[in-house]
Design a protein around this ligand. Structure first.
Ligand SMILES: NC(=O)c1ccc[n+]([C@@H]2O[C@H](COP(=O)([O-])OP(=O)(O)OC[C@H]3O[C@@H](n4cnc5c(N)ncnc54)[C@H](OP(=O)(O)O)[C@@H]3O)[C@@H](O)[C@H]2O)c1
Length: 327
């Protein structure tokens, strides 16, 4: 099969579409998926530099955390899927390839209205956003959700999820055009943050209360202001650290506001934990994709052979929504 293969980890650009060994036939509860499209993620950029190796048992050379495709073959104990079914999901790696072996419990059925390419833009962004904002932070109707890098793949998923839960959504971006484009997805207030200074604007946008939940996709430089604009009993979800992994925090604010600060990752979770997040995805997100309440946002689609250009585009920070590779 053809797969994106990293053969040099020194520059982050040592990857190409390469002929690699076919996967073995599926056994037990495994499903062999013919991948038609795979979404790109910041983690892939790090993996290509050798900075974010996958867990044991997953090839470090073939990246890819999400996919959409059709069932090509099934193991002898697969109960739910048949050849030809349209499926999508998350995996700890190896999704940027023509074929992927995955357990049947880590798959969901693609709603009819979505193409493979659209479906490939869904799993990582929507699962990460829903898990952080709804499952872990317990965002509820009438609360204010602040999303940093709101024009990112995860940010746009969280914006739509926040709106569907009845929250007021405030977003930051360093790019004015992305804030303007987010209005179409229901953004209530946008802050162009050329510098990480936004606390006063968030307090103003929430009628003085502050943010009940912060989905921080940026980390480091933004964290001190997160604390400043947090509402009483507010929850900060640390999900991404593109602006750095160190911050100086006023611990007094954490006490005073009775704040909760949680960090989260998807990839490192156990098999059973992943079954749980996929179940929530199937029950709570897929129906909203099927009826059009939620929609994937695709910035650009690349042929798998142009994988280097696709990675460069994601790294440029110019994308609004997801970058997808077609196989
Ligand atoms: N914990 C998890 O399980 C998990 C899962 C998925 C993603 N993530 C993380 O979530 C974040 C978003 O992922 P994504 O795939 O949605 O990203 P994305 O679509 O590539 O968008 C990231 C955006 O962040 C902004 N940004 C980049 N560097 C920044 C900096 N230094 N300061 C402020 N803003 C910066 C840029 O937009 P503007 O500058 O134009 O605003 C960029 O376009 C990433 O950090 C990713 O690693 C974590």
């Amino acid at each position: 099969m053809k797969a994106v293969f990293i053969d040099d980890f020194s520059t982050g650009r040592g990857l190409s579409l390469t002929e690699t060994a076919d996967p073995r036939p599926p056994a037990g509860t495994e499903v062999l998926v013919r991948v038609r499209a795979a979404g790109l993620n910041r983690a892939d950029l790090l993996q290509a530099k050798g900075l974010y190796p996958p867990p044991a048992g997953v090839s470090p050379n073939i990246p890819g955390l999400e996919f959409a495709g059709e069932v090509a073959a099934i193991g002898d104990r697969v109960a739910e899927w048949r050849a030809g079914d349209r499926v999508f999901g998350i995996t700890a790696g190896e999704a940027q390839a023509e074929y992927l072996l995955i357990d049947e419990r880590h798959l969901a059925q693609i709603p009819e209205r979505l193409s493979f390419t659209e479906a490939a833009a869904v799993p990582e962004a929507f699962i990460t956003a829903f898990d952080a904002v709804a499952t872990q932070a317990g965002l509820s109707e009438g609360e204010t959700l602040l999303i940093h890098a709101v024009g990112s793949g995860v940010g746009l998923a969280a914006l739509q999820i926040g709106r569907s839960l009845g929250a007021r959504v405030v977003g930051t971006s360093r790019t004015g055009g992305k804030i303007a484009a987010c209005r179409e997805f229901g953004l209530d207030a946008g802050i162009v943050a050329a510098e990480p200074i936004f606390a006063a604007a968030v307090v103003e946008a929430s009628e003085g209360r502050g943010a009940d939940v912060v989905l921080d996709l940026v980390g480091g430089a933004y964290f001190p202001e997160d604390l400043r604009c947090l509402a009483p009993k507010g929850r900060i979800m640390l999900v991404g650290l593109t602006s750095g992994r160190k911050a100086e925090a006023d611990l007094g604010l954490i006490l005073q506001k009775r704040a909760t600060i949680r960090g989260t990752v998807l990839r490192g979770r156990s098999f059973d934990e992943k079954c749980g997040v996929i179940r929530s995805f199937r029950d709570q997100i897929v129906p909203l994709l099927a009826d059009g309440t939620l929609m994937p946002v695709i910035d650009r689609v690349f042929a798998a052979a142009d994988v280097l250009a696709a990675y460069d585009h994601l790294a440029s920070n110019e994308s609004f929504g997801k970058v997808v590779l077609e196989f």
